[in-house]
Design a protein around this ligand. Sequence first.
Ligand code: DGT
Ligand code: MG
Ligand code: MG
Ligand code: MG
Length: 269
Amino acid sequence: MANSKYEYVRSFEVEDEIMLPNIIIVRIDGRNFCRFSKFHEFEKPNDMKALELMNLCADAVLEKFPDIIFSYGFSDEYSFVLKKTTKFYQRRASKIHSLIVSFFTSVYVNKWKAQFPQKDLRYAPSFRSRVIGCASIEVLQSYLLWRQSECHLNNQYDTCFWQLIKSGKPENEAEEMLKGSLKQDRNELLYQSFNINYKKDIPEIFRQGTCSLRTVEDIVKYKEDGSAVKRCKRKFTRVYSENIASRRFWNNQLCLVKELGQFTEDLSK
Ligand code: DGT
Ligand code: MG
Ligand code: MG
Ligand code: MG
C-alpha cells in the first residue's frame, strides 16, 4: 500500500529520538512480581534459580543487541546501557525499549523449563520498560548508584523481615519492628538476634546485584602468508562483587568509559 492516500497518518507517529550526547539506558521491571513469585513459590527473600533465570535473559539480550555494553540487575529488574554513539533504530526510544523488553520476556518464558524442571510456568509473566537518557557518564554513575542502593536497601530489609517470620513473628509484628529502622539498626538486628553478619554471610549476588560488561580484547590472527592481523574480540564478563558506581570500578574499565564518553574529571588521575 505504498503511497496510498492513507499514508499521511505516518506523520502522526510520536517523535521520540533520544538525542546525542545522551546515553540511552533501558530499564525493565517485572509487572506484579510480588504475585508472580508467590504463585511460583520462589524462595524468600531470594531465589537463586529465579535470579539466575533473570541473568540468563540479560545475557541473551547482550548477545542479541551488540550496542548494549553494560547491564545491571537485581530482583525483577534489569538496566541495559547502550554505547554512547549508538545509531540503533535511529535512537528512537519506543523502538529500542519495546524490542529489548519483548525479547527479554520471551527468553524468560523460553528458558523457564530448563531452570525450573519441577515447576510449571502457571501464567505468562510480563515486564514493562522505560528509557532513561543520561546527559553524561557522571549521571550514568549516579543512576547505577541509585539502583544499587535500592538493591541493597530492599535486600537488607527483606533479609530481616524473613528472618523474623522464620523465628515465629507474625507478618504485621515483623513489619512494625522494621518500620523506620535505619541500615545500622537492621545490621544490628541480624547480628544480635540471628547471628548473621550481613556483609560476610549474605552472598554478593543478593546484596549487590549482577552486572555484565562487554569488554574488548585484542587478539592476533595469522593469515596464510604468516602476516599478523589484529582483530577485536568482544566478550562478556559477569561481576557481582564490585561497587559499580565506585571510582575503582570505572578506573579498571577504560574500554567501557571510551564507549560511554569521557568523564569531565579524569578518574584515572
Ligand atoms: P510492580 O513492579 O509495581 O508491578 O510490582 P512488583 O510486585 O513487581 O514490585 P517490585 O518490582 O517493586 O518488587 C519485586 C517483587 O518481586 C517483590 O515483591 C519481591 C518479588 N521477588 C523478586 N525476586 C524474588 C525472589 O527471588 N524471591 C521472592 N520470594 N520474591 C522475589
Ligand atoms: Mg516489579
Ligand atoms: Mg513497584
Ligand atoms: Mg522491581
